[in-house]
Design a protein around this ligand. Sequence first.
Ligand SMILES: *Cc1c(COP(=O)(O)O)cnc(C)c1O
Length: 368
Amino acid sequence: MTNIPLVDLHASHAEIADEVRAGFDAVLASGAYIKGPDVAAFEREYAEFSGVGHAVGTANGTDALELALRALELKPGGGVVLPANTFVATAEAVVRAGLTPVLVDVDDEHLLIDVEQTSARVRDAVALLPVHLNGQLAPVDALLEIADGLPVVEDGAQSQGARRHGRPSGSWGRISATSFYPGKNLGAYGDAGAVVTDDAELADAVRLIGDHGSARKYVHETFGFNSRMDTLQAVVLRAKLRRLPGWNEARRAAAERYDKLLGGLDGITLPRTLPGNEHVWHLYAVRVEHDRDGVLAALQRAGIGAGVHYPVPVHLQPAFRHLGHAEGAFPVTERAAGQLLTLPLFPQLTEDQQTRVAEALAAALRHR
Ligand SMILES: *Cc1c(COP(=O)(O)O)cnc(C)c1O
């Protein structure tokens, strides 16, 4: 039997292959490989998709987060509150923007940033940086209420197309960032990212900082760096953006099928959706109560591309030792890191494949 990958990028490519080839041919003929009309068109389309006035393409999602934070001109060294349960890039971007990560734990049901703990850190912070983990929005409405005027910056790397109370990911914060890393719901064929905002001045600042601080050739108004979107990536992203609503719908249907197939299994907890959220299921991660690593190994032996997001939380990474958090600092995040198990999920995943995943998981749980 063939293996079932965690993510099948070939399957999505097959749906857009002709369009991408024609688009690439046009770019190659033009000889213009950075920004250009395709990037501008994608920026307009992605801004509209996100329900905001402006989108700025960047070289990757980590840069997009850094650019969003730098555009806000926050007090140097100021604290930025973010959840301990995230991909390391969220914290990296804070440090690179000259600010200080202030980690808080997540809630045990949804593994999203804990509002009460965030509230306790508002007084000594300069911004809030919630992460829309696994495809659903953090409780941004509650965060805006407790923010006390601090800007909220969304890390929307895992939530393209997700909504909360009908409002899209990226439209809640003063400025927000996303990633088009190939495995994300909207993935490029290489690195890419974007900043979205309703604020024209912030969008201009992002453009300036991400293009060597320069709006006119050889005039460098501010200290910047290089983080621009490649034209070829914009061709891919435009083709995929048109399919994204359908693909996200297919992910939702697959998540519902997993809920049904796995609902009766003992020893695991299924992922939960925060009320008010329209989830786009970037990842479908169950929690295994005992011996997650044994279950993971059994699935891998059965040819199922299961994974763990994330095995070691940010505060226990050597690179962030300087933040001074010992083991036990964020117990919910740490327990989740030992229990989470991500199952294959992508728009073209079939019912048969899901049945095989469920059978392999049931067998692995029985034979521990
Ligand atoms: C992928 C990801 C990023 C970083 O994106 P890159 O494009 O890989 O730099 C940031 N935050 C989260 C939560 C992510 O999942």
